[in-house]
Design a protein around this ligand. Structure first.
Ligand code: ADP
Length: 476
């Protein structure tokens, strides 16, 4: 029987977003509501967020949450509601959720406080009587919440979801006391990690179930190349590990109704061409003869951005074009600036974060490139599929699970939706880009791939049913 779930995340769409975690945390409540589950999401009240006019009365409060008073109220924005943890001494400051450009020094304390508040709400309920049966913790920022539940001997069930194992919430062991953690928990089979403590590891070992955001990433995480030191821990939980693919919000990402673009749909693709022309102009690109590829991404080596300098020159020489939107590693930003300068009219670059432009890019692009070295799920390849931009992806994680490679059999059967390549290096990426150009020139084949991708099942229906079944199995 469905019940109540407290989801805990450090970022939630539409309130604040730096990556895919926010999309997922924002989408889950309504997806779970379709299965009768009542999910509320607890997130920090960062500067500027908690002062909305819609905040309700206080639902939870303590006089001292890791150094200052804290309270929780329900806040709404654009039809979405969250439980916002107002703790000015921790969250009311400039500089993004984690500190920008440098991480805040007290992040371990800040997110331990979020986790502690979540565990307290899970055990004692909110002042309106709402008490969850399951606590669902996302990533290292919420990793201590299942641990606090376990240390308190609570019967509330818990789930930890790994959105990206590269971020592990490592902190000094000297903080144990400050984080309200028992010394007895500082062991290799609990939250000790190479002499430090890891909040993600804490979540992995103490939660009743562990999930990650694609079946392939779940398998990869048990291997040293992907597990980043936690592969053994993940393997020890393999009986309770579930790879559940992320979905995308089909209303926000709908080419037929998206207010940011000229609308289009299968059967009436005129708008796609208009978006392409507009995108070329927006990036100052010339009228290229080959495919216009787009990238919307954090600029990091995880995302394979360093491969572009080697792979793109041949691609543009054969008629392709590239538009990149992103920010991140200063060295990679510099590499891209050099690439754009070397190929005027062929390679365009926007450094920054721009949600509205990202919609125009998927709508105007012929292809979306995702050459990630690892990718837990990835969302931009799915936005590409939905908007008729053929994904060219590394065969890893959720990219491998969501894109059907244009191999000869898949092409013959008309089921291909994109191109996968492996290994993740400039040579095989270059080969994939050559295949992209070849397919682009074969118009009927290209159209069929586009159509297939645009009709692919990308929403939350299947995956939310899996989360619902998991919660149900925990409280049964
Ligand atoms: P990750 O969470 O590892 O960054 P995902 O593909 O799961 O990667 O999610 C990234 C999300 O952030 C997507 O919704 C993508 O469109 C968005 N995004 C990334 N960079 C930018 C940017 N510069 N401007 C706008 N949206 C961006």
């Amino acid at each position: 029987m469905p019940g109540k779930v407290l989801s805990v995340a450090s970022e939630v769409v539409p309130f604040i977003k730096t990556g895919g975690l926010a999309d997922v945390a924002g989408a889950l409540p309504s997806a779970l509501a379709d299965h009768g589950w009542d999910m509320r999401t607890l997130m920090p009240g960062y500067r500027g967020l908690q002062k909305g006019p819609n905040a309700s009365k206080v639902l939870w409060s303590v006089d001292d949450l890791f150094g200052g008073p804290a309270s929780v109220r329900s806040c709404t924005q654009g039809g979405a509601a969250v439980l916002m943890l107002d703790a000015p001494h921790l969250f009311d400051r400039d500089g993004g959720p984690y500190g920008d450009p440098k991480d805040f020094k007290d992040n371990a304390i800040r997110f331990a406080a979020l986790s502690w508040a979540a565990a307290d709400i899970a055990q004692n309920g909110l002042q309106d009587g709402w008490t969850p049966a399951v606590l669902h913790a996302h990533d290292w920022q919420a990793g201590l919440a299942p641990a606090y539940l376990q240390f308190a001997g609570s019967s509330v069930k818990s789930v930890t979801t790994v959105h990206n194992i590269a971020f592990q919430g490592n902190a000094s062991a000297a903080l144990l006391g400050a984080l309200k953690l028992p010394i007895s928990a500082f062991t290799p089979d609990c939250l000790e990690y190479w002499g430090h403590l890891s909040t993600l590891k804490a979540g992995l070992v103490t939660a009743d179930a562990v999930t990650t955001v694609s079946p392939t990433y779940a398998a990869e995480l048990m291997r040293p190349e992907f597990g980043m030191g936690l592969d053994g821990v993940i393997a020890s939980r393999s009986a309770d590990l579930h790879g559940i693919l992320n979905g995308i919000d089909l209303d926000l990402w709908n080419p037929a109704t998206d207010p940011e673009i000229k609308p289009f749909r299968i059967g009436d693709m005129k708008g796609k061409g208009l978006n392409r022309t507009a995108l070329l102009a927006e990036f100052g690109l010339s009228d290229i003869s080959g495919p216009l590829a787009v990238i919307v991404s954090r600029l990091t080596t995880q995302k394979g951005i360093d491969l572009l300098s080697q792979a793109i020159p041949d691609f543009v020489a054969s008629g392709g074009g590239l538009a990149v939107l992103g920010s991140g590693d200063p060295d990679l930003e510099e590499q891209l600036k050099v690439l754009a300068k070397a190929h005027p009219g062929k390679v365009g670059l926007r450094i920054g974060y721009d949600d509205s432009l990202s919609h125009r890019m998927f709508a105007g692009g012929d292809a979306v490139l995702v050459p990630s070295r690892f990718e837990p799920c990835g969302l931009t390849q799915m936005y590409g599929l939905r908007y008729g931009a053929i994904p060219v992806v590394a065969a890893t994680g959720g990219l491998a699970d969501t894109v059907i490679d244009a191999n000869p059999m898949a092409l013959a059967d008309g089921v291909a939706t994109g191109i996968q390549f492996h290994p993740v290096d400039a040579m095989s990426f270059g080969r994939a880009l050559r295949q992209l150009s070849t397919l682009f020139a074969q118009r009927p084949v290209w159209r069929r791939m586009q159509k297939r991708g645009m009709t692919q099942h990308l929403g939350w229906a299947t995956s939310s049913a899996k989360y619902a079944a998991l919660y149900e199995s925990l409280i049964a």
